[in-house]
Write a protein that binds this ligand. Structure first.
Ligand SMILES: NC(=O)C1=CN([C@@H]2O[C@H](COP(=O)(O)OP(=O)(O)OC[C@H]3O[C@@H](n4cnc5c(N)ncnc54)[C@H](OP(=O)(O)O)[C@@H]3O)[C@@H](O)[C@H]2O)[C@@H](O)CC1
Ligand SMILES: Cc1cc2nc3c(=O)[nH]c(=O)nc-3n(C[C@H](O)[C@H](O)[C@H](O)COP(=O)(O)O)c2cc1C
Ligand SMILES: Cc1ncc(COP(=O)(O)O)c(C=O)c1O
Ligand SMILES: [K+]
Length: 543
C-alpha cells in the first residue's frame, strides 16, 4: 500500500467544521463535581453590566463520536478565552425583546420556540451522549418555557435519546396542541405527576427543567412547587454506583428569581443552564459546569438597541458554550473500551495484511491522520527518544517514512538501526506496535516522493536543518523566501541529499483491541526462523 499525501486519504476531506472534545466517563462525574464545586469562574456581580467572560466551542467531525458510553460527558475544551464579555438581561428587557421579535421584527412564537427548543437539544447533545439508552424526562410548565421543552423533547427523540414528558398544565392553543400531537405521533410517553417516582433519578438519567422561564413571579404554585422541590432535592451523583445524572434548566432554573437567582438557597442547582436569546440576570448566580447560550436568531437591531454583547456561534451550531468548561481530575480520566472480540481465527496469517485491514478501517472511520505514528529510536548508549512521523507507504518490505538524514532520529538510526513504531487509533480502541530493523530507502524512491510533495513542503525540507538550533523563526523564513525566489520560474527543486526515507522491516507486530474490564485482545506476530525459513508466529498475550 502506497500512502501518498494524507489529504488524499478519502474521508479526511469529509470533515465537519471544528470540534475537539474531551470525553469524560461516568466515573469521572464525581471528580468533576468535586473539582468544579463553587467554581472560581462564577460570574462576578461586580462586573459592569453583569458581564461574564465567554469561550468559544470547537466542534469535531461526527466520525469521532463512533463510540460513547452512557451519559458520558463531553466537555468542549477551551479554544480561546478571549476578553469578550457577555450581557445579562433584566426580566423587563427579556419581555421587551420578546415583544419586539414577535412584533415589528415579524417572528412568530412558533418559529422562536422551534429555534429555542432546538438550541436546548443541541446543547444537551454537546455534553451528554445519547448512547446506551440515556433516559430523559422533560418537565414542561404552562408557558413558553414549557413549549421550549416540548420542542426540545422532539429533537432529542430524533437525536436518539429516550424521552418522556410530564406536562401537567396544558394550554389548548393550537401551537401547544400541535406540539403534543407531534410528540404523541412519535410514541413519546406523557406521564402524570403521580406517575413520576419520588426520586426522579430512579427512572431518568437527565431531567430537563422547562417549567418556568422569564415570566415567572412569586412562589411556585401546585403542582409545580412539588416538582421543583423534587428536582432540588435530587442527589446528582450517586457515590456508590458512581453513576451520574444531570439536571438541565431551560433559560431560568425554575423557582429562581429571574434577576436575583436562588434567593432561598435551597432551589434547583442545575448541571447545565441553556440561556435563550441572552442570559438573564439570575444566570450570574449559576455555578454549574455547563452554561450554554441558544436562540440563534437575535438580529443586529436588537443587539444595538439593548447594547447586547453575545458570543459568536461557531460554524452552523445552534448553541455556544459560555464561560470556562469544567476542569477535570486527571487520575479519574478513564475509558471503558467496548469493542468486538478480536480472535485468533480471524486474523490474517501475515501481519502486513492485518495492518492493511486495520489501516483501511481507520481511514473509513474518518480518523484524522491515521498514518501518524510514534517512532522510537535509540542512540548507541541506549538513550531512547520518540516522535511522531507520517507513514508514507507500507508493504511486505516494511513501513516507510520520510525525514531529514541529519536529524536526531537519523543520528540514532545510524548508531542503532533498530526502531519501534506505534499507531494509536483512539476512537477504534486500537493500537498497533511494530518493531524491526531500519534502512534508508533508495535515492529514486525518496526523490520520487520528495517531488510528490507540495512545493512549499519541498522548500521547507531544503531550508530546515532539522533538529539543529535556530536563533529565531525569521532565519527559516528568510532562507525560505530566498529559495522561493531562486525557483520562482517553477523549475524543479532538487531533493537535498540530507532528506529522504527510511523503511522499517518488521520482526514483531502486535495488534491491540481494547475490551471491557481491561481484558483486551493482544495478538502478536513475531518472525521465527524454522529450518532456515522465516515465518510469522502468532500468539495471544495477556492484557
Ligand atoms: N425571545 C424570547 O424571549 C424567547 C422566549 N422563549 C421562551 O419563553 C419563555 C418565556 O415564556 P413565557 O413568557 O410564556 O413565560 P414562562 O415563564 O414560560 O411561563 C409563564 C407561565 O407560568 C405561570 N407562572 C408564573 N409564575 C408562576 C408561579 N409562581 N406559579 C405557577 N405558575 C406561574 C404563568 O401563569 P400566570 O402567573 O400568568 O397565571 C404563565 O402561565 C422564556 O423563558 C423562554 O424559555 C422561547 O420560546 C423563544 C424566544
Ligand atoms: C503529526 C505529525 C507528523 C509529523 N511527521 C513528520 C514526518 O513525517 N517526518 C519528520 O521528519 N517529522 C515529522 N514530524 C515532526 C517530528 O515529530 C519531529 O519533531 C521531527 O522529525 C524532529 O525529530 P528528531 O529531532 O527526533 O529527529 C511530525 C510531527 C507531527 C506532530
Ligand atoms: C518536518 C516534517 N517532515 C515531513 C513531514 C511529512 O510531510 P509530508 O506529508 O508533506 O511528506 C512532516 C509532517 O508533519 C513534518 O512535520
Ligand atoms: K426553566
Amino acid at each position: 500500500m502506497q500512502i501518498l499525501r494524507s489529504r488524499a486519504l478519502g474521508s479526511a476531506s469529509s470533515w465537519l467544521p471544528l470540534a475537539t472534545k474531551l470525553f469524560i466517563p461516568q466515573s469521572t462525574a464525581s471528580a468533576v463535581a468535586a473539582a468544579t464545586g463553587v467554581s472560581s469562574w462564577a460570574p462576578s456581580p461586580e462586573l459592569p453590566n453583569h458581564y461574564f467572560p465567554l469561550s468559544i466551542v470547537r466542534r469535531r467531525p461526527y466520525s469521532s463520536f463512533l463510540r460513547s458510553p452512557p451519559l458520558r460527558r463531553r466537555f468542549s475544551p477551551l479554544v480561546g478565552m478571549g476578553e469578550e464579555r457577555i450581557s445579562y438581561l433584566s426580566q423587563r428587557e427579556a419581555a421587551e425583546i420578546d415583544g419586539i421579535l414577535m412584533g415589528s421584527l415579524g417572528f412568530s412564537v412558533d418559529q422562536l420556540m422551534e429555534l429555542a427548543g432546538l438550541s436546548v437539544a443541541s446543547s444537551i447533545a454537546e455534553v451528554y451522549s445519547s448512547n446506551d439508552n440515556c433516559r430523559i424526562l422533560v418537565l414542561c410548565g404552562p408557558g413558553n418555557n414549557g413549549g421550549d421543552g416540548l420542542v426540545a423533547a422532539r429533537h432529542l427523540y430524533h437525536f436518539g435519546y429516550q424521552t418522556c414528558i410530564c406536562y401537567p398544565k396544558r394550554t389548548d392553543k393550537p401551537l401547544y396542541s400541535g406540539l403534543v400531537t407531534q410528540l404523541e405521533s412519535l410514541s413519546i410517553p406523557f406521564l402524570s405527576v403521580e406517575d413520576l417516582p419520588q426520586n426522579l433519578f430512579d427512572k431518568f438519567d437527565i431531567i430537563i427543567d422547562a417549567i418556568f422561564g422569564f415570566s415567572f413571579h412569586g412562589a411556585p404554585r401546585p403542582p409545580f412547587d412539588d416538582l421543583i422541590g423534587r428536582i432540588a432535592s435530587l442527589n446528582y451523583i450517586d457515590i456508590e454506583t458512581q453513576s451520574s445524572h444531570a439536571v438541565i434548566s431551560v433559560d431560568i432554573p425554575s423557582g429562581w428569581h429571574v434577576e436575583e437567582g436562588d434567593i432561598s438557597g435551597d432551589g434547583i442547582k442545575p448541571d447545565m443552564l441553556v440561556s435563550l436569546t441572552a442570559p438573564k440576570l439570575c444566570a450570574r448566580k449559576f455555578t454549574g459546569p455547563h452554561h450554554f447560550l441558544g436562540g440563534r436568531f437575535v438580529p443586529p437591531s436588537i443587539k444595538d438597541k439593548f447594547g447586547l454583547q453575545l458570543p459568536p456561534y461557531p460554524g452552523a451550531s445552534m448553541c455556544v458554550r459560555i464561560g470556562k468548561p469544567p476542569s477535570v481530575v486527571i487520575s479519574a480520566l478513564r475509558e471503558n473500551y467496548v469493542s468486538p472480540e478480536f480472535l485468533e481465527n480471524e486474523v490474517s496469517a501475515d501481519p502486513i495484511d492485518q495492518f492493511t485491514k486495520w489501516f483501511d478501517e481507520a481511514v473509513a472511520a474518518g480518523l484524522r491522520e491515521p498514518n501518524a505514528m510514534a517512532l522510537s529510536t535509540s542512540s548507541k548508549d541506549g538513550k531512547i527518544s520518540s516522535r511522531i512521523v507520517l507513514l508514507k507507504g507500507v508493504d511486505k518490505e516494511g513501513f516507510v517514512w520520510y525525514t531529514n538524514y541529519g536529524s536526531r532520529k537519523a543520528q540514532d538510526l545510524s548508531e542503532n538501526p533498530f526502531a519501534a513504531l506505534l499507531f494509536h487509533w483512539n476512537s477504534l480502541n486500537r493500537q498497533v506496535r511494530v518493531e524491526g530493523s531500519v534502512g534508508k530507502v533508495s535515492f529514486e524512491e525518496s526523490d520520487k516522493y520528495f517531488h510528490s510533495r507540495p512545493r512549499g513542503s519541498q522548500l521547507g525540507a531544503v531550508v530546515s536543518k532539522q533538529s539543529t538550533p535556530l536563533t529565531g523563526r525569521d532565519v527559516l523564513h528568510d532562507a525560505y523566501r530566498e529559495l522561493d525566489a531562486k525557483y520562482a520560474d517553477g523549475g524543479v527543486i532538487p531533493k537535498p541529499d540530507y532528506w529522504g526515507g527510511y523503511r522499517l522491516k518488521p520482526n514483531l507486530v502486535e495488534f491491540w483491541q481494547g475490551q471491557t474490564s481491561r481484558l483486551h485482545d493482544r495478538i502478536q506476530y513475531s518472525l521465527k526462523e524454522v529450518e532456515g525459513k522465516n515465518s510469522w508466529h502468532i500468539v495471544r498475550l495477556a492484557p
